[in-house]
Write a protein that binds this ligand. Structure first.
Ligand SMILES: NC(=O)c1ccc[n+]([C@@H]2O[C@H](COP(=O)([O-])OP(=O)(O)OC[C@H]3O[C@@H](n4cnc5c(N)ncnc54)[C@H](OP(=O)(O)O)[C@@H]3O)[C@@H](O)[C@H]2O)c1
Length: 265
């Protein structure tokens, strides 16, 4: 007997999470959307129910709050989740020494602790049914070394390595894990950041990806391959090579030294 799949998506009220919600609903999945904003969840829920005729439950939860994380974790333990998308995330502004500590600690809570707990809660039932899909939304920041991204890059790196190691333990279990590492995606994630911290207009247009395109590539790759690390676009792989590889970083350091020397003349 065919049973309807259930997908749980964190940060499902907007951006990449909403695009996952729409595409999984279009494949007939019932959804549980988790997000901080009850209003955003309400709007997403009504829209998706109307358009795709699937069941959409919503859970308002701040994943930086331990008791909210426990509430979601309990929900995951109680039912069979077939697809788990750990997507909720945010960026902080400013240099590490100047940025408020709370934001840095919240990055660890939202990008590391919540996904780790949700994986731990979902996997036993997935293994029982010999089927499960987990998408951990990381970022090319896990590889790149930019200023003002200490907490963001480090927590996305954690999520990537966690995904890789998890998959090693899950070989043959029917559970697949993907560490989705996008470059720049057109969402509101940076909208609240001051312009001197992040100016979206400085990123060339060709480097941007639409959330819908990203999600299509992610879901296709998850079914077609067993690769954990998924950097969807060639252009993003080039950015990783330039700003993340040893040789790229050495060349950048040389370039910066030359610019500095010229400026001092
Ligand atoms: N956009 C990019 O260029 C890009 C690139 C690489 C990776 N990513 C990653 O993609 C994921 C989705 O981001 P997005 O670009 O789609 O941004 P987005 O449109 O801002 O979506 C992120 C969602 O996560 C929610 N969220 C943030 N903090 C939360 C918390 N403490 N508890 C519960 N929900 C929370 C946000 O709620 P509120 O809006 O209410 O805060 C929002 O609905 C993030 O993990 C991000 O790091 C994004």
């Amino acid at each position: 007997m065919m049973t309807t799949k259930i997908s749980l998506i964190t940060g499902g009220a907007s951006g990449i999470g909403l695009a996952f919600a729409e595409q999984l609903a279009s494949r007939g999945h019932n959804l549980i959307l988790v997000d901080k904003s009850a209003d955003g969840l309400g709007r997403a829920g009504v829209d998706i129910r109307q358009r795709y005729r699937v069941q959409v439950d919503t859970l308002t939860a701040d994943l930086a709050d331990a008791s909210d994380v426990e509430m979601v974790e309990q929900k995951i333990s109680d039912i069979d989740i077939n697809v788990l998308v750990n997507n909720a995330g945010f960026c902080t502004a400013g240099m590490f020494t100047e940025a408020p500590l709370k934001g840095q600690l919240d990055l660890i809570a939202v990008h590391c602790i919540a996904p780790m707990r949700f994986c731990k809660a979902a996997i036993p039932r997935m293994m029982e049914h010999h089927y499960g899909r987990i998408i951990n939304v990381c970022s090319i920041s896990a590889f790149c070394r930019f200023p003002r991204t200490v907490g963001y890059s480090a927590t996305k790196g954690y999520l990537w390595i966690m995904s890789e190691c998890l998959q090693v333990e899950l070989v043959g279990s029917g559970v697949k894990v993907q560490a989705l590492c996008p470059g720049w995606v057109r969402t509101n994630i940076n909208a609240a950041l001051p312009k001197d911290t992040f100016d979206a207009s400085k990123i060339p247009g060709f480097l941007w990806t639409e959330p819908r395109d990203l999600v299509e590539m992610s879901l296709r790759a998850l079914e077609r391959s067993n690769r954990v690390l998924f950097i969807p676009r060639l252009r993003d792989k080039i950015v990783v090579l330039a700003f993340g590889s040893r040789i790229g970083l050495k060349l950048l350091a040389i370039y910066r030294r030359i610019r500095f020397a010229i400026a001092r003349r």
